[in-house]
Write a protein that binds this ligand. Sequence first.
Ligand code: URP
Ligand code: ZN
Ligand code: ZN
Length: 431
Amino acid sequence: MKDYLIKGATIVNHDGEVLADVLVKDGIIAKIAQNIGEKVVEIINAKGLYLLPGGIDAHTHMEMAFGGTYSSDDYFSGGEAALAGGITSYIDYAIQRGDDTILETLKKRLELVKKEKPRADVFFHVAVTKLNDKILDEFPLLNEHGIHSLKCFMVYKREGMQIAPDDIAKIMLKAKPYGIMINIHAEDVDQIDANIDKFVSEGKLDCYHHYLSRDESVECAGDKIVIDLVRKTGAPAYIVHLANAEGVKLARAAKEEGLPLLVETCPQYLAFTEEVYKDPIKGLDFVCSPPIKGKKSQDELWRAIEDGTIDTVATDHCPFYHEEKLWGKDDFRKIPNGCGGIQYLYTYLLSEAIKRDIPLSRIVSLVSYNPARIFKLKNKGAIEVGKDADLVLFSKDGEHKISKEEDVSRADTNIYEGLSLRGRIVQVYKK
Ligand code: URP
Ligand code: ZN
Ligand code: ZN
């Protein structure tokens, strides 16, 4: 690996900006100072540019079996899409299947990574879908295997993936002494299933009714359950893909109360509203759970980005081919749930930061520093001596429209196509 020196960039970390040179040796940040005079082969003149720590997408689903197919990116192709957008690491969900334990689940996914050799760094959360004593007995071993977080789906009961609130409480209490974070997909499953049955009996099966079956109140009911669990157990929880305004307000109040609650949202909830589902064909590509909500929720999410209620923004990258999305054209229950977006996470947020006058350091907190801190990726998340040299050189200049041609993901459904982005990535450096 070649050593190199980046000269004159504005370094952006979670706590602010500083103008300095950065020397990289053997893929590690070796020195940060003014006017470094080291003799190295490659010197990069980065005057006028911003140097950011590589992004970390804390929520992905590569080649996940779901909705009668597999999400269309594997670890390699998802990693290529990630790197194209300055995301140098991602944390994927290994989903427990059948009677596999947590460590068996992890082992199978690590074998895929080994085979596919992604250039981005891949880490894992494990989603527990069937709780038993064998699983609970593994908790003391998880940290040494690099597992610092587990996930529980409150939903997907009919798909056999749901963990009921009492079992989530059990998992939270068991995980607490080991510092293992419990990530929760929060929506009220009984309300969802009742709404689905009602819409089916009424023959209302277009994709707008996917949204209506899991609207703002359904998601907020799930958030309430999570916050009650945190209050009852005293154990931390991380709400994944929060998308509704009332849930944001509850999370804000819970944090003010001092509860150990962390919150993630996704770019699709920031960029779009439920209007996208009014097109019965194009709308299929946007179908994900929780669905994208109304304008009030979108505005409240942006407020929460700015005031720090939201801790991370991650994609929930789970793309499918349009042909597969079409399976549910006349019955929303058959639409594979999920959208891609790993390539546009950082660039979309940086662009919005420019447009909305949000400091770039806030975006670095959301997409790099906080995910590294929360999920214990100790060599990532900051431009600091000793950390991995996963770096993104960014220019605030220029504007372009996202096009299908630049999309690296294998899927042909790019929900961000046509969105106008300010700024551009000049270079991505990966350890
Ligand atoms: O629709 C989504 N989000 N698909 C992926 C699975 C999940 O719930 O995160
Ligand atoms: Zn989910
Ligand atoms: Zn997900």
